[in-house]
Design a protein around this ligand. Structure first.
Ligand code: SF4
Length: 488
């Protein structure tokens, strides 16, 4: 009720968020690289990165899991802008193609993969391209379709599908009492209509997935109110609707592609594959894939930060994130499919059973985003030591010390175990091993010489993709000066 009453204050807050968001997206893209020794609190580029990826997005995930989609309804700058444009736009009816339920999944996968290719977490220009592009699209869609609605948020927003699923877990929702709503006494009173911007059929609302929690309908016809519920109630409620698009987004989007996107930089096997392919190409005098001439808006290309993707890097990242994500999703879908086949209960199709994985998806995406928070805190030597529990399987006899001063993680030395498991789990140590080893291998894409040359402070375990000295010379990817600099 309070939300419905204080509409003007909420609008004021929303526009404050819009200004703050646009400042953080636009200004850092035109600033130079942070100087050596810059901190989060004295450099806008670093501050914007930390604010977006270290605080903003993990915070949004927590808010969605606990309070529902209040972020969408009350604070999201794109929602505010698209609704504002919609009030002043053409007001065209929403075409059928735009209502396709698969758009949020497609948009989520595309932005996630593209974000990895251009390193959206590390570079403000890439963030401006993706976040700014998304905002422009939101405004354009709002301007063309609907009148005072959030068509973009309802049908196209890349995060909408994810939020709709995580929202099912939240212990708060707007409950509609149909008997009170239909009470004939209301027929004699003039009741002000509610503008539900994301086009929810409030009277028939049984799922909170599409409700943005804006509170405008709170108290409407005395039938709608914010109410607590047991977390996950909606998942087991047989009356609530579950679509195939939601199940696919959960399996292949959040648990699949998002997981591989968070994880690829830590996978040592990817480096090995890259090395093998690079050597194979070099032996055949085929250097096209080893060129690093892609523009920054297609593949990461920041020579000033020694951070450049070759075409081969791009192809491998694309294959790993998309292929690995789809494979992971397919494996995870076996459980619900098998259970549905055994149960043979029409009320429990595989789509509904898949929703049991929603809490896991919420935790996984939150932990993935929290890596950014910890990376930034570690770079600042802030007390993240107690937070980053790296369950590392480093052997005490490993080449590099299990935990150096720069690693604020807490390693768990575990002698024994298979080599593959050790390699997989010991990625922070492998990164240092690269930086400290005395071998002639060196980093092609990013330097790891112990003083964190990348001002963006990304710890690049996989970007430290090594190739042999001979290979580099043969490829002529680096000038003699560049090689000297790298070796140095
Ligand atoms: S159902 Fe009510 S609270 Fe939810 S988005 Fe619509 S108006 Fe806002």
């Amino acid at each position: 009720m309070a939300l419905a009453r204080h509409h003007r204050i909420i609008i004021g807050i929303q526009w404050f968020v819009v200004v703050f968001y646009l400042s953080l997206v636009i200004i850092p893209a035109f600033l130079p690289l942070p100087p050596e020794g810059a901190h989060l609190w004295d450099n806008l580029r670093l501050f914007a990165q930390f604010a977006f990826w270290g605080v903003w997005w993990p915070g949004v995930m927590i808010a969605t899991l606990t309070l529902g989609r209040v972020w969408c309804g009350l604070f999201c700058p794109e929602g505010t802008m698209t609704e504002w444009a919609s009030h002043r736009g053409l007001g065209k009816p929403v075409p059928r193609w735009l209502k396709w339920s698969g758009w949020p999944f497609v948009a989520f996968v595309c932005t996630t993969v593209y974000g990895q290719l251009v390193s959206v977490y590390e570079y403000p220009k890439a963030a401006l391209l993706i976040l700014g592009g998304s905002s422009l699209a939101a405004i354009s869609v709002g301007f063309i379709y609907g009148r005072g609605k959030r068509i973009w948020c309802r049908y196209l927003c890349p995060a909408s599908g994810v939020f709709a699923i995580l929202r099912k877990v939240a212990p708060l929702h707007y409950r509609v009492d149909r008997s009170v709503w239909d009470n004939e006494a209301h027929a004699t009173i003039a009741i002000k209509q509610v503008n539900c911007a994301p086009l929810v059929d409030i009277r028939r609302m049984t799922s909170a997935a599409e409700c943005h929690g804006c509170g405008r309908c709170a108290g409407h016809r005395e039938a709608v109110q914010l109410a607590p519920r047991i977390p996950g109630t909606e998942i087991i409620d047989l009356r609530s609707k579950v679509t195939t698009a939601e199940a696919v987004t959960l399996l292949f989007g959040i648990l699949g592609v998002a997981s591989t996107a968070f994880q690829w930089t830590m996978n040592p096997w990817l480096v090995q594959v890259k090395l093998k392919i690079a050597e194979w190409l070099v032996e055949r005098d085929s250097f096209a894939l080893l060129q690093d001439n892609a523009p920054w808006w297609l593949l990461t290309h920041y020579p000033e930060a020694n951070d450049i993707f070759t075409w081969l890097d791009g192809a491998l990242v694309l294959t790993y994130v998309v292929g690995g994500g789809l494979l992971l999703g397919a494996v995870l879908s076996l459980g619900p499919l098998l259970a549905a086949a055994i149960l043979r209960d029409q009320r429990l199709p595989w789509q509904r059973l898949t929703m049991a994985l929603a809490p896991l998806a919420g935790i996984s995406v939150f932990l993935g985003l929290s890596m950014m928070t910890l990376t930034h805190l570690k770079a600042e030597h802030l007390p993240s030591t107690g937070l980053a529990i790296c369950v590392s399987a480093c052997s005490p006899s490993a080449q590099a010390p299990p935990c150096g001063s720069r690693c604020a993680s807490f390693c768990w030395p575990r002698p024994g175990g298979c080599d593959a498991c050790r390699q997989w789990l010991a990625w922070p140590c492998r990164w240092r091993s690269c930086s400290r080893s005395g071998t002639r291998s060196f980093c092609l894409v990013a330097r790891n010489d112990g003083h964190d040359p990348n001002p963006i402070r990304q710890q690049p375990p996989v970007r430290a993709m090594k190739v042999t000295e001979k290979a580099i010379a043969k490829q002529k990817l680096c000038s003699a000066q560049k090689i000297d600099r790298i070796i140095e």
